[in-house]
Design a binder for this molecule. Structure first.
Ligand SMILES: NC(=O)c1ccc[n+]([C@@H]2O[C@H](COP(=O)([O-])OP(=O)(O)OC[C@H]3O[C@@H](n4cnc5c(N)ncnc54)[C@H](OP(=O)(O)O)[C@@H]3O)[C@@H](O)[C@H]2O)c1
Length: 319
């Protein structure tokens, strides 16, 4: 297979984000550094140029090794890659942001990342570790006295220092983004949120895009696993389109987002599926296909997480 050329979305600060990236959250980051490194190197060898990671995935060291191997073997130069990492919430104090980005850069073996995101708008009790601090009752300890606007000042400092080309947010709702836009020096250029066929997040995507904030959707494929959907995945409509095009339902699910200018970051540890996910860019969905797929939206998110005790919990608002 010839390498697939992946189109990019323009970011408002002049940079570009490849519309398909590799997700690296696989729950085995601490114990499978070698596996993550091999996966990242394989992905780069077949044309991936965008790698999505986070401090909390414990995958940065593996990602760094994979990138280093690909560069050393002459597959790519650093500037050909778009690497995202995310600030974990135990580092939400302004003065902690740059220090923890530097730690990420050490693990990634990089001088800068392309995009640094605030992972969630909900600060946690400050700690050196990437973890969920918990009290004796096992409840998560939030730090409601830290405002994400202060965290953002640290993000701006990281940007000013050249440690990241762009800055953005993840899991922020409309109201939180509006507040950030009204109080920032450097605008966020990306919001990474849950987006898939059954949770199309249309109002938030529309709002972000109108504000010049690109959207990256996560969990683009998880929803197709029966365990993620209480009623079982309803895939007839997707299957009909996939069969007509000779593609998989996963490829159709990815292309639906790409065609509405939402970047996707599917995670796969399987060589064949890695390729299929990248090749989704070459599918052409008709207007009728897009309409039929729009009709699958149930507006129910699958990832609510444990932040609903935070003052800044984002998912109580409609979007
Ligand atoms: N910002 C946030 O708060 C946040 C939250 C969640 C996720 N994320 C990011 O988004 C990325 C993706 O989300 P995710 O990992 O939750 O889920 P996902 O990418 O939607 O789904 C991954 C699952 O789908 C399978 N899969 C991948 N490609 C496939 C294909 N072509 N056909 C069939 N099955 C396929 C994978 O198995 P195999 O590996 O066996 O192929 C894996 O079980 C994460 O890795 C992470 O980087 C961000």
């Amino acid at each position: 297979m010839a390498n697939v050329t992946v189109p990019c979305l323009d970011l408002k600060d002049g940079h570009k984000i490849p519309i398909v990236g590799l997700g690296t959250w696989q729950g085995t980051g601490e114990t499978d550094e070698g596996g993550i490194a091999t996966n990242v190197e394989n992905a780069i060898s077949i044309g991936y140029r965008h790698i999505d990671t986070a401090q909390m995935y414990f995958a940065e060291a593996g990602v760094g090794k994979g990138i280093r191997a690909a560069i050393d073997k002459g597959m790519v130069r650093r500037e050909d890659l778009f690497v995202t990492t995310k600030l974990w919430q135990t580092h939400s104090r302004r003065e902690d942001v740059v220090r923890h980005l530097r730690k990420s850069l050490d693990k990634l073996q990089l001088d800068y990342v392309d995009l640094f995101l605030v992972h969630w708008p909900c600060p946690l009790k400050p700690m050196e570790e990437n973890m969920f601090p918990k009290n004796d009752k096992g409840e998560v300890i939030f730090a409601d006295d830290i405002d994400y606007l202060d965290t953002w000042k640290g993000m701006e400092e990281a940007h000013d220092l050249g440690l990241t080309k762009s800055i953005g947010v993840s899991n922020f709702n409309k109201r939180q983004i509006e507040r950030l836009l009204a109080n920032c020096k450097t605008r966020p250029v990306n919001n990474q949120v849950e987006v898939h066929l059954f949770f199309q997040n249309r109002d938030l995507v529309k709002f972000c895009q109108a504000e010049g904030i690109s959207v990256t959707g996560y969990r683009n494929l998880q929803f197709l696993n029966a365990s993620q959907s209480p009623e079982g995945p309803k895939t007839d409509v997707i299957e009909a389109i996939a069969n007509r095009l000779g593609k998989t339902i996963q490829q159709v699910a990815l292309k639906f987002q790409i065609q509405r200018a939402v970047a996707v970051i599917p995670k796969s540890s399987n060589g064949e599926r890695l390729k299929q996910n990248l090749e989704a860019v070459n599918i052409q969905l008709t207007d009728d296909d897009m309409k039929a797929l729009e009709g699958l939206d149930t507006n129910k998110r699958t990832l609510d997480f444990v932040f609903n005790g935070s003052k800044y919990y984002p998912f109580a608002d409609p979007y």
